[in-house]
Write a new protein. Structure first.
Ligand SMILES: Nc1ncnc2c1ncn2[C@@H]1O[C@H](COP(=O)(O)OP(=O)(O)O)[C@@H](O)[C@H]1O
Ligand SMILES: [Mg+2]
Length: 219
């Protein structure tokens, strides 16, 4: 579904990503773990065309690294960004409809809590519900590949559990997932495979059930 080859990215001075190679298969959920500043967000941005990059990005059989962000979205890549970026003054329903799509039924089926609260300003939702909304908004675009940037950020462990159950339900829709995280237990629960990113390079790769071994080496 996605293959990244020798990807470099920078914000002007010096490469923040230094030759990334990775793959996400059809229906596969893959995790990227790594400390603050490793380049996790930059990697997702580069896949979406939101930061300048060099190297190949092959999505669904097509080389997309020269395409504009909106063209990549049209092909089926969608992101739930770092910090959620929901519109706090808009209600839940309008946050979803702002994508310009009308896929509400399916999204509400996945997230019944959001339907219950559809008239509520997004800023009055709990942290977990706001995260669900950010993920739901990305799903409005019916992506083939969903990128999630730290979905557990700032959430209590029981709420992280709810987010991880939601990601499991999304997997059943045949969406491939690439999720970056610092929360290893979420990664362990929702992914098949994991890459470790450190200072802009992939330094290790393993099956998610081998995470414990990796954890001892890198964390
Ligand atoms: N907009 C930006 N302009 C300049 N440097 C940036 C910008 N965003 C991130 N960086 C730098 O790129 C590196 C990787 O950041 P980031 O991808 O956000 O890491 P992570 O998501 O793993 O915490 C850091 O050194 C950070 O300071
Ligand atoms: Mg980040």
């Amino acid at each position: 579904m996605l293959e990244v080859k020798n990807l470099h990215a920078s914000y002007g001075k010096g490469d923040v990503l230094r030759g990334i190679n990775l793959k996400v298969g059809k229906k596969e959920a893959v995790g990227i773990i790594g400390p603050n500043g490793a380049g996790k967000t930059t990697l997702l941005k580069a896949i979406c065309g939101l930061v300048e990059s060099r190297g190949e990005i092959i999505f669904d059989g097509k080389e997309i690294s020269k395409l504009k962000t909106h063209e990549r979205i049209r092909l089926g890549i969608s992101i739930s960004p770092e910090g959620r970026r929901i519109f706090k003054n808009l209600n839940v329903r309008d946050n979803l409809l702002i994508t310009g799509k009308k896929n509400l039924e399916e999204v509400y089926e996945l997230f019944p809590k959001l339907k219950e609260r559809e008239k509520q300003p997004a800023g009055t939702l709990s942290g977990g519900e706001q995260q669900m909304l950010a993920i739901a908004r990305a799903l409005m675009l019916k992506p083939k590949l969903l990128l999630l940037d730290e979905p557990s950020f700032g959430l209590a462990p029981v709420v992280v559990e709810v987010v991880s159950e939601a990601i499991d339900r999304i997997r059943e829709l045949d969406v491939s997932i690439l999720v970056v995280e610092q929360n290893l237990s979420l990664i362990h629960e929702v992914t098949d495979r994991v890459y470790v990113l450190s200072s802009g390079e992939i330094v290790a790769e393993c099956a998610s059930n081998e995470l414990e071994r990796i954890e001892k080496t890198y964390f």
